[in-house]
Ligand binder design. Structure first.
Ligand code: AP5
Length: 214
């Protein structure tokens, strides 16, 4: 897989499953851009744009940002030169309309997805993962206060949507709106299920094995 110059992958899973953690590791190996809609929306908020302000309010409540907004962002991003030979989508698609929009764009570009990796973690483990998450204020590197504490001296921040209330709302949204894309990709023979409830190294290994088999 690592020798394949064109790789188009999707990472899907509940909040806190480890999509961001795994994406950072995999893009180094696969040499493709990491396209995270959550990161793009947070960057728009930091930049103070109208879109970022509106998206930020929804994100903090654990709601989804409207499909047309997110689809527009991703379509622009995957049309950029660095994504021509592949990408790793993290957090997109998150609804059936988003999945269909992506399919249409890929078909128009005459390219195909190579796999959809579903990182599975049961709901009962999610709250602890999310509320313990912190990220490096400068590099964005992800830590966990219990499972992977930041090194001394690193300035860490907590996401505003990492509260217990917002996590519960995000989990409910995941089951209602995102879970339906799982059978959609399974029917296309693209779905690879990976156990996210093991060490990050073991998860990376399982993903690479699943992709080698694809
Ligand atoms: P987004 O940023 O995509 O958030 P999410 O899907 O809720 O996922 P997270 O980033 O919370 O979790 P993750 O799976 O990346 O876990 P991580 O690796 O950090 O989206 C945020 C919001 O933006 C959405 O709620 C929505 O409002 C909006 N949005 C984004 N995309 C959208 C779209 N397409 N449509 C509409 N709205 C959209 O790990 C979590 C923690 O666990 C960390 O502390 C980590 O250190 C730890 N950890 C990771 N792996 C392990 C492991 N194996 N064992 C123990 N701990 C681990």
């Amino acid at each position: 897989m690592s020798n394949n110059p064109e790789v188009r992958l999707i990472l899907v899973g509940p909040p806190g499953a480890g999509k961001g953690t795994q994406a950072k590791r995999l893009v180094d190996t696969l040499q493709i851009p990491h396209i995270s809609t959550g990161d793009m929306l947070r960057a728009a908020r930091e930049a103070g744009t109208e879109l970022g302000r509106k998206a930020g309010e929804l994100m903090d409540r654990g709601e989804l940002v409207p499909d047309d907004v997110v689809i527009g962002l991703v379509m622009e991003r995957i049309a950029e030169p660095d994504a021509k030979r592949g990408f790793m989508l993290d957090g997109f698609p998150r609804t059936r309309p988003q999945a269909e929009a992506l399919d249409a764009a890929l078909e128009a570009a005459a390219v195909e997805l190579d796999g959809v990796v579903l990182i599975e973690v049961e709901d009962a483990k999610i709250e602890r993962r999310i509320t313990g998450r912190r990220s490096d204020a400068v590099t964005g590197d992800i830590y966990h206060m219990e499972f992977d504490p930041p090194p001394d001296g690193v300035d860490v921040v907590q996401r505003p949507d990492d509260t217990v209330e917002a996590v519960r709302a995000r989990l409910a949204k995941y089951h209602a709106s995102t879970a339906p894309i799982i059978p959609y990709y399974d029917a296309q023979g693209l779905l690879r299920r990976v156990n996210g409830d093991q060490s990050p190294d073991a998860v990376t290994h399982e993903i690479m094995v699943a992709l080698e088999r694809a």
